[in-house]
Design a protein around this ligand. Structure first.
Ligand code: UDP
Ligand code: MG
Length: 317
């Protein structure tokens, strides 16, 4: 029986501290799977250098020269985790039957790979790695990340709870992913849309064994904001509801004040004018801001810029 070629895609941004160790562990995993006859011996690890400023790419080259099971792609500059991941997935699918994406810091348990492949053999086209606990994350990371998933659900975006970008996908799924032309591609929201039979594998998320997180608060907020605005029109509807509610409230308040004023209160007429001016100004600015966000997104999408430019591809050398 033909064995599937597996590619493990790892986006790397300034990961010189972890790469050697990560590579050692991933290689032994791949070798183990090959010996057990689970995957083809053409399987590889593919690192994507996302415009790192340290020695990341030099290390990738060194690892590639030592072992041809290691390959790499170098982006022309830093484009962020999601784009680096895309570059890797699309390059890998040219040679692979199945692709697993994971972070360079091995916070995601690599032993879940066996179970992922098992689920693939059971017929799933996408297998999501889901964190069963986040005990090892800092309180801040845990809190922000979990609020993010809950908020996304509230906004009507279909995401798998506590799933990051540790997942197995088949070539077929990736071929379909390529049909999504939007530039702001929020992968965690796209895969559920692609469909096909999917399954979930649970694992414990551990700490980063070296180096610092490459996702500071600013990047996390950008990521969350992108996710929500590229998928959901709920914010607009929310504004609409707030608008209607405020109109009703202010209208009844003003009517009540007029009636009370006629009977016994002696309010200055300026109160009404100022009240209504501020109210309508606030509502308008708020609404314009939200509409502007969507207009901005449309603008960026119409330009259809390439999501990444590969400056060097070891697969083709
Ligand atoms: N990463 C990347 N480009 C970036 C930021 C991060 O390719 O601009 C990679 C990083 O090297 C790592 C993965 O994305 O492999 C996840 O980053 P990190 O582990 O720092 O995020 P955290 O686990 O703290 O959310
Ligand atoms: Mg990490």
């Amino acid at each position: 029986m033909k064995k599937e070629v597996l590619y493990i895609v790892v986006p790397c941004y300034n990961e010189e501290e972890v790469l050697h160790e990560t590579n050692k562990r991933l290689l032994s995993k791949i070798d183990d799977l090959i010996t057990k006859n689970i995957i083809s011996n053409k399987s590889k690890i593919m690192y994507v250098n996302d415009g790192s400023k340290d020695k990341t790419w030099d290390i990738i080259l060194e690892l590639h020269n030592k072992n041809k099971k290691v390959t790499g792609v170098c982006l022309s500059r830093n484009r962020g985790h999601q784009n680096a991941l895309l570059a890797g997935l699309f390059t890998a699918k040219k040679s692979a039957d199945i692709v697993i994406s994971m972070d360079a810091d091995l916070q995601d348990d690599i032993n879940a790979i066996d179970e992922m492949i098992q689920k693939y053999h059971d017929g799933s086209e996408i297998v999501y790695g889901v964190r069963s606990s986040r005990k090892k994350d800092t309180f801040f990371k845990r809190f922000t990340a979990q609020s993010f998933y809950k908020f996304m659900k509230l906004m009507g975006v279909d995401v798998i709870y506590n799933h990051a970008d540790y997942r197995l996908t088949t070539k077929k799924v990736l071929d379909n992913l390529e049909k999504f032309n939007e530039v702001n591609l929020f992968l965690r929201g796209i895969f559920p849309i692609i469909g096909y039979k999917h399954d979930v594998v649970y694992y414990e998320r551990s700490e980063r064994f070296a180096g610092k997180s490459k996702y500071p608060l600013k990047k996390m907020l950008n990521f969350a904001w992108d996710g929500i605005t590229s998928f959901s029109v709920k914010p607009i509807r929310l504004i609409l509801s707030i608008g209607i509610l405020t109109c009703i409230l202010s209208f009844t308040t003003i009517v009540t004040l007029i009636v009370l004023d006629l009977i016994f209160l002696d309010l200055s007429k300026w109160v009404y004018i100022i009240l209504s001016i501020w109210l309508s100004l606030g509502i308008q600015l708020f609404a314009i801001g939200i509409v502007g966000e969507y207009v901005g997104k449309t603008y960026i999408e119409t330009k259809s810029r390439p999501r990444f430019i590969i400056s060097r591809n070891l697969e083709e050398e």
